[in-house]
Design a protein around this ligand. Structure first.
Ligand code: SAH
Ligand code: SF4
Length: 346
């Protein structure tokens, strides 16, 4: 079969592992554009020209983990650490609400300061103050009991990228005690507990191959998540991967298209990392099949400190500027930002 035929097949059924591998090894620019057009049609069919917006609140830069790729890893002595107070987090929500955001994403390192009780208190306060908003958490691996408590307190969604579906590759990216099996167990718990759940991976992470990418697409198929987050790997100067190459723009765009074709209604952001490797990265991401953007709502004071990778964009602008900048960018390609929770269709 040809790449175009595999892309056609993906619209009706998943590919075999070998087919994904050949598609990812053999595709040309023409095939990529073919996938892009198909992906965009599917996206427009389900979502029209509407782009959902999520306000990202990066509330702690402390992390107990040591992921080799990430600037917040605990061994990075140069990382500047901060935590937002409950009040500061609520201030971000207030500002975001006024700007029309109806989803807030609380993201941070795995910070033991934020115990179950502290998280539950924050979740309750946000959901009490903004009952019409969705709340997404992205705070890594916790116990199933914690996840259940967060859900009980009102959290609606959870983002936990699986990072890679291949155990050996997972080990290249993370030291022990982190493991792929626990990551997947967490994702399964989250789904069972009724979270709208997101997995995903970095494109071009060290050790990634067409084989591991094929496994990523198969895992996404199996988990059938409501959200998928992918963006290019970008090296951070103070990590062991400081001299590794940045993930590719075209490959990221192609994978966004394949995920849209395969997962149809999935909520798929054009990420900040994509906007960081190319000045038009997020626009290109939308045109390739993404339908979500996640402007930064964190206080400008702390933004540079939340340094997962180098040269991250939007660290100097106020939240209102980020929103209007993104609005203009989306309008420039014929899309509009909408004020809506933007849930996965029931
Ligand atoms: N601590 C949580 C959430 C914060 S990190 C967690 O790890 O799940 C959020 C995401 O940032 C990670 O899932 C990873 O995919 C991405 N990330 C980290 N370092 C990165 C880098 N150097 N380049 C691109 N993305 C990175
Ligand atoms: Fe911590 Fe997440 Fe960075 Fe890993 S990717 S070091 S868990 S913030």
């Amino acid at each position: 079969m040809s790449c175009k035929e595999w892309i056609d097949k993906l619209e009706v059924q998943p590919l075999e592992r070998e087919e994904y591998i050949r598609l990812l090894s053999e595709y040309t620019e023409e095939d990529r554009l073919y996938a892009q057009e198909k992906a965009r049609k599917i996206g427009d069919h389900y979502f029209g020209k509407q782009i959902f917006v999520r306000g990202l609140i990066e509330f702690t830069s402390y992390c107990k983990n040591d992921c080799y790729y990430c600037g917040l890893r605990r061994s990075n002595q140069k990382a500047e650490r901060y935590r937002l107070t409950e009040e500061e987090i609520l201030d971000c929500c207030r500002e975001g609400y006024a700007l029309g955001f109806r989803t807030f994403v609380l993201q941070g390192g795995e910070d033991p300061y934020f115990t179950t009780d502290r998280m539950v208190s924050i979740i309750r306060q946000i959901k009490d103050a903004y009952p019409d908003c969705a709340l997404t958490l992205s705070i890594g691996e916790r116990s199933r009991a914690d996840y259940a408590a967060f859900r009980q307190a009102g959290a609606d969604r959870y983002l936990l990228r699986h990072e890679t579906a291949n155990a050996a590759h997972y080990r290249i990216l993370h030291p022990e005690p982190l493991s792929l099996s626990n990551r997947i167990a967490c994702l399964e718990s989250l789904k069972e507990l009724g979270f709208q759940t997101g997995c995903g991976f970095m494109v071009g992470s060290p050790g990634q191959t067409v084989e591991t990418l094929a496994e990523d697409l198969l895992l996404i198929r199996r988990l059938n998540p409501q959200m998928v987050g992918i963006g290019p790997f970008i090296p951070h100067g103070d990590t062991p991967f400081h001299d590794q190459p940045t993930g590719g723009l075209e490959l990221t765009l192609f994978l966004l298209s394949l995920i849209r074709i395969q997962q149809k209604q999935v909520l798929l952001p054009a990420t900040t990392a994509l906007g960081t490797i190319d000045p038009k990265g997020r626009e290109l991401g939308i045109l390739a099949g993404a339908n979500v953007v996640m402007p930064n709502l964190s206080p400008v004071m702390v933004r540079k400190k939340y340094s997962l990778y180098d040269n991250k964009i939007c660290t100097g602008e106020e939240s209102a500027q980020c929103r209007s900048c993104l609005q203009k960018r989306m309008e420039s390609i014929g899309y509009t930002l909408v004020t809506a929770r933007g849930d996965y269709p029931a």
